[in-house]
Design a protein. Structure first.
Length: 239
């Protein structure tokens, strides 16, 4: 595998996240290689800049890929991040049944401005366990205010790094959106990444159409680093 490319393997999906440092013809060759190597995997994705998209778009479409969305990347230097007092309390699945967490996670997806996942909630949980490993129980965190669940955060250290913090998922229940809790919960998630997971930096992503999440990023000191097109393919042809 080309070391200039970042490939993420999950439960029933493979994503090529960084392909900017290889030639256009290498992108399609890589996807062909991955589809052969992961012959039982259903879903494939690749993230590309506008420039790279122009070079390979026709080849991707011929291979059955379709453009789903544009994804905005942000980052923050967590060494400059300071904790603040919060009324929000967190509880990992070391302290609650996994089934309760999954129900809450599924409910936070309701009405999301991000494209829906091609995976069901059980497959997504399997991906978390596969990507994060045994520490997934500390990654899956429910957020509460006065004992009422308001959302979830899923902090972890990115594969192949020692200190790049990411959130596998971040979400509020619909009834708590637009109340300022999103900014507070995201700030708390960054604090956990720094203080409990040992992250020195944070990388976040969201759909370019998700204005509320982009506002939260800005409010918490994140800066936009890239905007990429995401192309997806399903072996069954479904979207």
């Amino acid at each position: 595998m080309n070391h200039n490319v970042k490939v993420i393997e999950g439960e029933n999906f493979v994503t090529v996240e960084e392909a900017e440092n290889i030639e256009a013809q290498e992108v399609t060759a890589l996807l062909e290689q991955l589809e052969t190597e992961y012959s039982l995997t259903e879903h494939f994705s690749v993230l590309l800049s506008d420039d790279k998209t122009q070079q390979v778009k026709n080849d991707l479409m011929q291979r059955g890929y379709h453009k789903e969305d544009k994804i905005t990347y942000v980052s923050k230097d967590l060494t400059q991040h300071n904790s603040i007092a919060s009324s929000i309390k967190c509880r990992s699945i070391t302290c609650q049944p996994e089934s309760e967490f999954l129900t809450l996670w599924k409910n936070t997806m309701t009405g999301s401005l991000n494209p829906p996942s091609v995976l069901d909630i059980q497959e997504q949980m399997k991906s978390v366990k596969k990507e994060v490993g045994p520490s997934y129980r500390h990654t899956c965190i429910s957020a509460f205010e006065k004992e009422e669940a308001i959302g979830i955060i899923m902090p972890h250290i990115e594969q192949g790094t020692t200190d790049e913090g990411r959130l596998f998922y971040f979400g509020l229940l619909p009834e708590f959106r637009g109340t300022g809790r999103g900014k507070e919960l995201h700030h708390l998630a960054l604090t956990k990444l720094k203080e409990e997971f040992g992250a020195s930096s944070y990388v976040g992503t969201t759909s370019h159409q998700n204005s509320p999440m982009l506002n939260i990023f800005r409010s918490n000191g994140c800066r936009v680093t890239a905007v990429k097109n995401i192309f997806k393919k399903c072996r069954s042809g479904q979207r």
